[in-house]
Design a protein around this ligand. Sequence first.
Ligand code: FAD
Ligand code: FES
Length: 264
Amino acid sequence: MLVESGSIVTNDILSDDVRCMVIQVPSIAAEAEPGQFVMVKNENGGTFLRRPFGIADVDREQGRILLIYRVAGKGTQELAGLEPTMELSVEGPLGGGFRFESDGLEAGGRTLLIGGGVGVAPMIYTARRLAELEPANKPVFLLGIRNEGELFWQDYLKDFTEEIIVTTNDGSAGIKGFAIDAMPEILSRYDIRHIKICGPTIMMEGLAKLAMEQGIECQVSLEKRMACGVGVCLGCTFEGMISGKRWKICHDGPVFPAEEVFEK
Ligand SMILES: Cc1cc2nc3c(=O)[nH]c(=O)nc-3n(C[C@H](O)[C@H](O)[C@H](O)COP(=O)(O)OP(=O)(O)OC[C@H]3O[C@@H](n4cnc5c(N)ncnc54)[C@H](O)[C@@H]3O)c2cc1C
Ligand code: FES
């Protein structure tokens, strides 16, 4: 884990409340794995605590990372106002990322990646990794968004995925409904053996339960307000369903096996 002073390369608008920021942080970019996150601080800003963001993508050659963030409150509002060449303090890469077949998962079948809201961000780098590991067996992506105004995610995902299935709450694009509504069709068309999810807890819970019922290996990436991000403040803990252990999301996660997080 490093603390690096990062120069902002771009900070662009993707939708009314979502921004994408590229930061020059060569040491962090060299080590970052899919599913890990960084804690960011604007040293000239008005917030005391760092803010956590999933690493949306990495360009190791250029030494850059991509963050995609929703303007939620004071810290992210300040981030949205920053210009290229300005500096940010970036701590990371933090936590453990997603596990792949190269980490001992059973081989075979296809992986389904599911992203909801800004939880799609860390799934971009995850999709890139899977596509690099198995170019002939790219992941299928289930993209759960509010409306057609959030279709910009597809531009980041299309090169690394076999197919992107979209659900929108209002039916303005793709299937009208929630991500889980698309599952019967996906499971009937693909031999899905692994599922990786990042999104709102309520969305992940339904999908994880379905995966567990079907006997599909499933990992979920959790989000909780984080004060320290490095396992010191104990503000981000939860009790594991199977192990009974008190896990720290920032240090032991943010990715966990579904069965350790949600009741079957
Ligand atoms: C591991 C991790 C990865 C994350 N990755 C991303 C990402 O890739 N893109 C992204 O847009 N956001 C991400 N978040 C959420 C992001 O950290 C918060 O939105 C941000 O810290 C809000 O800061 P703020 O000062 O703008 O808002 P605040 O003024 O601190 O809060 C504004 C509102 O956001 C809520 N909020 C604040 N922090 C969180 C949180 N951690 N989870 C849920 N709600 C929160 C508050 O309850 C409040 O309602 C991630 C969070 C975690 C823990
Ligand atoms: S945020 Fe402090 S222990 Fe996780």
